[in-house]
Design a protein. Structure first.
Length: 123
């Protein structure tokens, strides 16, 4: 099932109008309409995060588990099925955020090491 259809089903389950959900997500009603009808498949990572937060679901809710050799895959989705479920632009944003996060974590560790050295020198 397409991501837009899943968003529509979640919205309808809460008995919300497109206008109400669009307002909460910070997009126009017409943008939400094109997403729900699968005319617009360029859903960015930030918008998907807002959708997941609002409805209390994870990203995996929007991933269709692919069938392999006639059998449904079980357990965690593979990285390739996650990649196939989202547009390339979303995957690029995810990769950028992961890389950026790793870089920041490394910088934090370097600064903590420098702080520890300064404290050691002051003792």
């Amino acid at each position: 099932m397409e991501i837009g259809i899943k968003i529509r089903k979640l919205r309808e389950a809460k008995k919300m109008s497109q206008m109400e959900l669009a307002y909460i997500l910070g997009i126009s009603q017409s943008k939400l309409c094109t997403i729900e009808s699968n005319e617009d498949k360029s859903i960015d990572f930030v918008l998907m995060h807002k959708v997941c937060q609002f409805f209390g679901v994870g990203f995996d809710h929007f991933i269709d588990y692919t069938k392999t050799e006639g059998q449904q895959t079980k357990g965690q989705p593979s990285l390739s099925s996650i990649h196939d479920a989202f547009e390339d632009s979303v995957m690029n944003q995810i990769h950028f955020l992961i890389t950026d996060n790793r870089s920041k974590e490394q910088r934090i560790q370097e600064l903590l090491f420098q702080i520890a050295q300064i404290k050691r020198n002051q003792s």
